[in-house]
Design a protein around this ligand. Structure first.
Ligand SMILES: NC(=O)c1ccc[n+]([C@@H]2O[C@H](COP(=O)([O-])OP(=O)(O)OC[C@H]3O[C@@H](n4cnc5c(N)ncnc54)[C@H](O)[C@@H]3O)[C@@H](O)[C@H]2O)c1
Ligand SMILES: [Zn+2]
Ligand SMILES: [Zn+2]
Length: 366
């Protein structure tokens, strides 16, 4: 079939919105009519060439839609189901999956932006086109692995469902599953965009005490207060490490999160973490970036420095749980999604993100 999609041909160039061909779903695959796709910075990294993907590629990894058709052997979902798409469809058989870390499934990582069998369903004539995160939801239709299709029992608005494909499990999961924030503890979040706001929501769900939002834009900081932040630190005004130390009686925060993606902000998050605290790095820095960490401080102060991919979440278990939290009013995703775009406006949507417009943007399909 033909589908309209946003294709990245070359780093540093805008996405090209055009018709491409999409093959039928093979065994274990599903054809999904995309309902909405979120504007996440991870796609932007590819557009800038700060992260690499095989090109050309249809981008978009934060999505939700409706199952249109299933390939042979699919039992996990059926036509008509509303589904959240996971950008780590887990194989359930590799060492990482068996160790309970399906968010870093080895089979998925090894096959990258292709289907689990290592081939593409997207092409233009004889040129194959890769699928960002095996999702490629900046398109009207997508073929995805069935394990990356998570049905929602009670339908919710598509733009909110799309958020449960990336920024919600990543951010809320960073606080609840990766760092395991304790009640009453102090949290600092460096970078309060779509993902950072979800870390703040996760810290609030964990009953953290002080939740300190750190950003360089006043608008983002004020917006963060709506999601549970108790303090604002503008890193553009004055050293954010000093400011967080002032708020925490000179100690630093128990849990700090880096949610922008640079060597500098990783260092900032590390330095504002207190003795025996945990630093969780969520942002994806440009390839080759190295953050200078004081190796002696790490040891003497027994800090924990950890990475966090996809919120250490298990898509098939945690996405339905996050939908329940939204339905019960505990995850204010209605306030998070503030701008809608058409697929043709995808480059404009990323320019808005770069300008630091608050909240999350989403492409909505008819
Ligand atoms: N680990 C994962 O699984 C995962 C998943 C999704 C996104 N990400 C990454 O998370 C990061 C954030 O994504 P997003 O979609 O929320 O981006 P975003 O652009 O919406 O938010 C980034 C925020 O960081 C702020 N910022 C910029 N420089 C700063 C500085 N020096 N100090 C403090 N704040 C600063 C920006 O003003 C903005 O509010 C990206 O690197 C993205 O690739 C990681
Ligand atoms: Zn994302
Ligand atoms: Zn696996």
């Amino acid at each position: 079939m033909k589908t309209k999609a946003a294709v990245l041909y070359k780093y540093g160039q805008p996405l090209v919105v055009e018709e491409v061909e999409l093959d039928e779903p093979k065994a274990g695959e599903v054809l999904v009519k995309i309902g909405a796709a979120g504007i996440c910075r991870s796609d932007r990294h590819f557009m800038h060439g700060h992260a690499h993907i095989r090109l050309p590629a249809v981008l978009g990894h934060e999505g939700a839609g409706t199952v249109e058709k299933v390939g042979p052997g699919v039992t996990l979902c059926k036509p008509g189901d509303q589904v959240v798409l996971s950008f780590v469809p887990a194989c359930g058989r590799c060492q990482s999956c068996l160790e309970g870390r399906s968010n870093i499934c080895d089979t998925h990582m090894a096959t990258g932006p292709n289907m689990m069998d290592g081939t593409c369903r997207l092409h233009k004539g004889s040129q194959y086109i890769n699928h960002m995160g095996k999702v490629a939801c900046f398109a009207e239709y997508a073929v995805v692995p069935d394990t990356g299709c998570v049905p929602i029992k009670t339908p919710i608005p598509m733009d909110k469902a799309a958020m449960i494909g990336c920024c919600v499990p990543t951010g809320v999961g960073a606080a609840l599953f990766s760092a395991k924030v304790r009640a009453g503890s102090t949290v600092a979040v460096v970078g309060c965009g779509g993902v950072g706001l979800n870390v703040i929501m996760g810290a609030k769900l964990a009953n953290a005490g002080k939740i300190i939002a750190v950003d360089i834009l006043e608008g983002q900081l004020e917006f963060a207060m709506k999601f549970g932040a108790t303090h604002m630190v503008n890193a553009a005004d004055r050293d954010p490490v000093e400011q967080v130390k002032e708020i925490t009686g000179g100690q630093g925060a128990d849990y700090t999160f880096e949610v922008f993606g640079s060597a500098e902000t990783v260092k900032t998050a590390y330095e504002m973490c207190r003795k025996s605290g945990t630093v969780t790095v969520v942002g994806i820095a440009p390839i080759g970036a190295e953050a200078g960490i004081n190796a002696v401080d790490l040891v003497r102060n027994e800090k924990t420095l950890r990475g966090c991919y996809y919120g250490s979440a298990h898509s098939r278990v945690d996405m339905p749980m996050l939908v329940e939290l939204y339905l019960s009013g505990k995850l204010p995703l209605d306030d998070l999604v503030v701008r809608h775009y058409s697929l043709d406006q995808v480059n404009e949507a990323y320019d808005d993100m770069d300008r630091g417009e608050v909240g999350r943007g989403a492409i909505v399909f008819q």
